[in-house]
Write a protein that binds this ligand. Structure first.
Ligand code: PEP
Ligand code: MG
Length: 323
């Protein structure tokens, strides 16, 4: 099996019926691009920028950030890199940036909420990203967006950052694509409105499941509620993908579900464009993708959403079709 997968390193990510997709890597540091390339990634679908803030004893400067992003972009040799803006706060504290103690960190002052509250901090990161786009295709995505108003504010700050960089580098950053993560149920429901204002979505299923099922993603006692194959959740994911496409946005996924073998045929049937996962899962996924027909699975998805009520029913159905 592994020998067969190894042959797929330079192969396109394509279904049995010839539909092209992208299988990308999730990375945590610029050095991880080496493995991503080795495993045949079509790009980086999620560069978690938190390491810059977490593995540091001071707030990283614009130049320090620029060097890190540039390294990741250069490491991917022209393949696209999606950088997520900082997702700190709440359960990811920083020693050098005291934040108020919170009763419910997962519902609190974190990620984009901090960035919109401290635009100078946010702009430093965005300027570094615009500068890095000189070295290869860069996309920026905002985590934990709940509302259109937040998205617009984030985009306005990006425009300011870009204008500042362009004083010295005319035109730089004009081809940077802007996206947002879908991690909050309201954003998933409102995907049609949000899609009109971004180039792409990336569905963060780790958080979207946590918030949809109201179950702490780190709490073993409620881990049975981690249910990517719950039919109600599948119909929410389908809604997000369809709404993206109807409004001119690309649909990606970067949560754990994107690398889930049982979910893959369903997500392909829904038309998900990009699958971002740990590098070690890429070749296995590309190999499986080649054997799946998207039109057939589009029909199965409709059947599942119409007829299945539980995770077990979905699993039995998928297994029976995979044979
Ligand atoms: C997610 O929420 O699915 C995601 C990819 O982000 P993180 O796991 O870093 O919260
Ligand atoms: Mg998340």
């Amino acid at each position: 099996e592994r020998a067969e997968w190894a042959k797929l390193v330079d192969a396109p990510s394509v279904s049995k019926d010839g539909k092209e997709f992208e299988i990308a890597a999730n990375i945590g540091t610029p050095d991880d691009t080496e493995d991503a390339v080795k495993q045949g990634a079509d790009g980086v679908g999620l560069f978690r920028s938190e390491f810059l803030y977490m593995d540091n004893d001071h707030m990283p400067s614009e130049d320090e950030q620029f060097e890190a992003y540039k390294k990741a972009v250069v490491g991917m040799n022209g393949k696209p890199v999606v950088v997520r803006t900082m997702d700190i706060g709440g359960d990811k504290p920083l020693d050098y940036m005291p934040l108020p103690k919170e009763e419910n960190p997962f519902l609190g002052y974190r990620a984009i909420r901090i960035c919109l509250d401290r635009p100078e901090l946010f702009k430093t990161q965005l300027r570094a990203l615009v500068r890095a786009s000189e070295f290869g295709p860069v996309s920026i995505m905002f985590p934990m967006i709940a509302t259109v108003a937040e998205l617009r504010q984030a985009k306005a700050i990006f425009e300011e950052a870009k204008a500042e960089v362009q004083k010295d580098h005319p035109g730089l950053g004009d081809d940077v694509k802007i996206g947002m993560m879908i991690e909050i149920p309201l954003a998933a429901l409102n995907a049609a409105q949000l899609a009109k204002e971004v180039d792409f979505f990336s569905i963060g299923t780790n958080d979207l499941i946590q918030y949809s099922f109201a179950a702490d993603r780190g709490n073993e006692a409620v881990s049975y509620l981690y249910q990517p194959l719950n039919p109600a959740f599948l119909s929410l994911v389908k809604h997000v993908i369809t709404s993206a496409h109807e409004n001119g946005a690309k649909a990606a996924m970067c949560g754990e579900m994107a690398g889930d073998e049982m979910a893959l045929p369903l997500l392909m049937g829904m038309g998900l464009d990009e699958y971002s996962m740990s590098a070690t899962s890429i070749l296995r996924t590309r190999s499986m993708m080649k054997k799946l027909d998207t039109k057939e699975w589009a029909g199965y998805v409709d059947e599942i959403i119409a007829n299945c009520a539980t995770v077990e029913e979905v699993q039995d159905f998928v297994k029976s079709k995979l044979g």
